[in-house]
Design a protein around this ligand. Structure first.
Ligand code: MN
Length: 236
C-alpha cells in the first residue's frame, strides 16, 4: 500500500453555527461582473460574456467575526487593491448544470476579498501573459465563515460594501451583478466539472482601490458577518 511522502495542509473554512468545517477544493473567480467595475477596468460590459480565473485553494485566509485578521502586504507590488465579493460555497457540483437548478448546488455563502496586485495584473494583461501573479498569490483570498443557505436563504440582493479606515470606498447591491450566482454556476459547469468544496467569488463592484501597510479594511454584505483585515508588513 502506498502512503503519502509527507502531509500537506488542507484548506478549510469554518461553518457558522457548526463544528463542521468546509473543505476547499477550488476557488473560481468571475471577472468584471458589475457593469461600473467593468468600465473602470476599461472594458465594455454590454458585449462581454462571463470569464473566469482561479486562485489556488490555499490562498484562503480565514478571518472570523470579531477579529481583525492580519493580512501581509504581498511582495513585488506597489498597487495592492481590495475587491469585496460575495462567495458561494458549493455543497455539490456537476457538469452542464441548468441555471434553474444551479442554486441547488450552493451550500452556503461568505464574505470574501479578491485581493489583487493591480500593477502586476495590468502589466501581465498588457503583455498578454497570464494573470496569476496578480490574482493567485498566497493569502489572496481572505474569507469569513460560511453561513448555510438553510439558515440564510440565497443572496440575490442586498448591500455589499467595503471601507478603508472607516471611509466607505465600495458600495453597491448584489442585484447589480451582470451574471447571477446561478448563471455563473451554470456557465462554469460547462467549462469544468464542479464539485463539492468549490468556491465561487462572484465579482466586485466599482471603486476598487489601493491599500497600504497599516490600513484597516471592513468588508460587509447584508446578512453576513463583517470581515475585518489589517494590512501588515510581510515578515522577511
Ligand atoms: Mn474580483
Amino acid at each position: 500500500m502506498s502512503q503519502l511522502l509527507f502531509e500537506i495542509d488542507h484548506p478549510s473554512i469554518p461553518i457558522s453555527g457548526s463544528n463542521a468545517v468546509f473543505p476547499v477544493r477550488r476557488i473560481y473567480c468571475i471577472g468584471r461582473n458589475y457593469a461600473a467595475h467593468a468600465r473602470e477596468m476599461g472594458s465594455d460590459p454590454e458585449r462581454e460574456p462571463p470569464f473566469f480565473f482561479q486562485k489556488p485553494s490555499d490562498a484562503v485566509q480565514v478571518v472570523m467575526p470579531g477579529e481583525t485578521g492580519e493580512h501581509p502586504y504581498p511582495s513585488l507590488t506597489n498597487s495592492y487593491h481590495y475587491e469585496v465579493e460575495l462567495v458561494a460555497a458549493l455543497g455539490k457540483g456537476g457538469r452542464n448544470i441548468p441555471v434553474e437548478k444551479a442554486l441547488d448546488c450552493v451550500y452556503g455563502y461568505a464574505v470574501g476579498l479578491d485581493m489583487t496586485r493591480r500593477d502586476l495584473q495590468s502589466q501581465m494583461k498588457d503583455q498578454r501573459k497570464p494573470w496569476d501573479i496578480g490574482k493567485g498569490f498566497d493569502h489572496s483570498a481572505p474569507i469569513g465563515p460560511i453561513l448555510p443557505v438553510a439558515d440564510t436563504g440565497h443572496f440575490k440582493s442586498g448591500e455589499i460594501s467595503l471601507s478603508v479606515n472607516g471611509v466607505v470606498k465600495q458600495k453597491a447591491d448584489l442585484s447589480q451583478m451582470m451574471w447571477s450566482v446561478a448563471e455563473q454556476i451554470a456557465r462554469l459547469s460547462q467549462l469544468f466539472e464542479l464539485k463539492a468544496g468549490d468556491l465561487i467569488m462572484s465579482g466586485t463592484p466599482e471603486n476598487v482601490g489601493p491599500v497600504v501597510v497599516g490600513d484597516t479594511l471592513v468588508a460587509k454584505i447584508a446578512g453576513l458577518p463583517d470581515l475585518s483585515l489589517k494590512i501588515v508588513k510581510t515578515e522577511v
